[in-house]
Design a protein around this ligand. Structure first.
Ligand SMILES: Cc1cc2nc3c(=O)[nH]c(=O)nc-3n(C[C@H](O)[C@H](O)[C@H](O)COP(=O)(O)OP(=O)(O)OC[C@H]3O[C@@H](n4cnc5c(N)ncnc54)[C@H](O)[C@@H]3O)c2cc1C
Length: 418
């Protein structure tokens, strides 16, 4: 610990929280709070759930990483923030004083909101559900597989796209990878994807839809649009409009809501997400910042956007503490690599949701290699993102046909796509 430096408390050691730690550990006295003992890389979970990757390859111990950066790790849940006293209250009653606070506590996956999901269904969003799904795949005797995202609702305090689902990339991965795995095992199956939106992948544009559509068709995937899941039963899934579809294996991304620590502190919007401005500063308190899924401005809920927000939040805190440095502009974009099973993947880069003109998808083994490289790099470096060389490889995959957003020729892309 470094006496005399301003105290920074970070709530959450996922993509965003670690990125802020890596940026600010040399200038501030940092404490990172997380009830988990490991940092979980969610983009690796579809491989755990549908390709049998060991779950320990999707997580690494948090305390050593935090300590190696000269910071303090507190293994507890933050339950409340007192902005007036500048205190974080932990479960158990202990308090932590801060000069600056960054909320990077992610989103809550509300499995209980869908009747029957915990009893009859499966998911892929955490390190309990993903291995359970792999066991179910292992034992699956065949039949219809139904997968999709539940509808999430969002608040109105910030100007962010109100998507029907937080992010449907994992749904695409489940559909393609389940098909690949079951076909490989010679298990009879059909795959149906449902989406609460009017289009599947409503965070990207027509060019990406045109690239992904034939891949879904080729895999025999049926897509049902404007379907809001209401219930998972033993042999079917029921939607809010009263229709049902038979299902022997139901895999659902539950609704997202904001972390309780935000709403219990009166800092959230209607859905419990931290309302922040474009410098990631909380609308309700100048000493509080946020980044990643916990914020209302992260839309869709993507690791790539979480890291971009973390870079901005860290720069904003640093500029305030040191009086120097620029705060990057908030330029969100959808950037991810969707695994399709085996050695295939599709890299997606699109900013049309935010008024840009980039909208492209590149498939093939090189995209898969990049995904594998990203996951391996993050795992072996305990949360660091790949450096600039990765960027060159990405540009090679993307080719020369992408169109920069007006006034924005070099997007601030931090070392690759989760
Ligand atoms: C299955 C799946 C696949 C995905 N694939 C991709 C992908 O390919 N590419 C991509 O860009 N994005 C992907 N995403 C989205 C991406 O994982 C998230 O956007 C990203 O993890 C958000 O990072 P974060 O740091 O904001 O939150 P998180 O990674 O969720 O981390 C939040 C941390 O805060 C901690 N925490 C929670 N509550 C508290 C509290 N009260 N006090 C202290 N700590 C707390 C948690 O324990 C956790 O460690 C995927 C998501 C899922 C579910």
């Amino acid at each position: 610990m470094h006496e005399g430096r301003p105290r920074l408390v970070i709530l959450g050691g996922g993509f965003a929280g670690l990125r802020i730690l890596f940026h600010l550990h040399e200038t501030m006295d940092v404490t990172l709070v997380d009830p988990r003992s490991t940092s979980l890389s969610k983009p690796t979970l579809p491989e755990v759930a549908l390709a049998g990757k060991p779950v320990d390859h999707a997580r690494f111990p948090l305390a050593p990483v935090v300590r190696r950066h000269g910071a303090r790790y507190v293994g507890a849940e933050a339950t409340r923030i007192d902005p007036d006293l500048r205190l974080v209250v932990l479960a158990g009653g202990e308090t932590l004083a801060y000069d600056y606070l960054v909320v990077t506590a992610g989103a809550v996956k509300d499995y209980g909101a869908i009747s029957g999901l915990e009893e009859h269904g499966y998911s892929v969003c955490d390190d309990t559900h993903a291995p359970a799904l792999w066991r179910a795949i292992d034992e699956f005797g065949g039949g219809p597989v139904v997968t999709g995202a539940a509808r999430s609702t969002w608040g109105s305090r910030v100007d962010a796209p109100a998507l029907a689902a937080p992010c449907e990339g994992p749904v695409g991965e489940v559909a393609f990878m389940a098909h690949h795995e079951l076909r490989h095992r010679h298990v009879d199956h059909s795959i149906t994807v449902f989406t609460p939106g009017e289009v599947f992948f409503d965070d990207v544009g027509d060019a990406v839809h045109q690239a992904v559509g034939p891949l879904l068709e080729h895999a025999g995937v049926t897509v049902m649009k404007s379907k809001v899941i209401a219930e998972v039963a033993a042999d079917h899934v029921r939607f809010e409009d009263g229709t049902e579809v038979s299902s022997a294996l139901s895999i659902v991304i539950p609704p997202y809501r904001g972390p309780a620590v935000v709403s219990s502190s009166g800092l959230g919007d209607e859905a419990g997400f931290l309302a922040v401005d474009e410098t990631m500063r909380a609308l309700d308190d100048r000493r509080i910042f946020g980044a990643g899924d916990a914020t209302a401005r992260a839309m869709p809920k993507l690791g790539h956007i979480a890291v971009h927000q973390a870079d901005i939040a860290a720069a904003a805190v640093s500029a305030e503490v040191t009086g120097v440095g620029e705060v990057p502009a908030f330029r969100p974009e959808v950037f991810c690599i969707m695994n399709r099973g085996g050695a295939e993947a599709t890299l997606i880069l699109s900013d049309v949701l935010f008024g840009g003109r980039r909208d492209l998808a590149r498939g093939g083994s090189l995209a898969h290699l990049l995904k594998w490289g990203f996951d391996a790099w993050t795992f072996h470096t305990c949360g660091h993102l790949p450096p600039g060389g990765m960027q060159a490889a990405l540009e090679a995959v993307l080719g020369s046909s992408d169109h920069p957003r007006p006034g924005h020729s070099q997007p601030n892309r931090p070392g690759g796509a989760p």
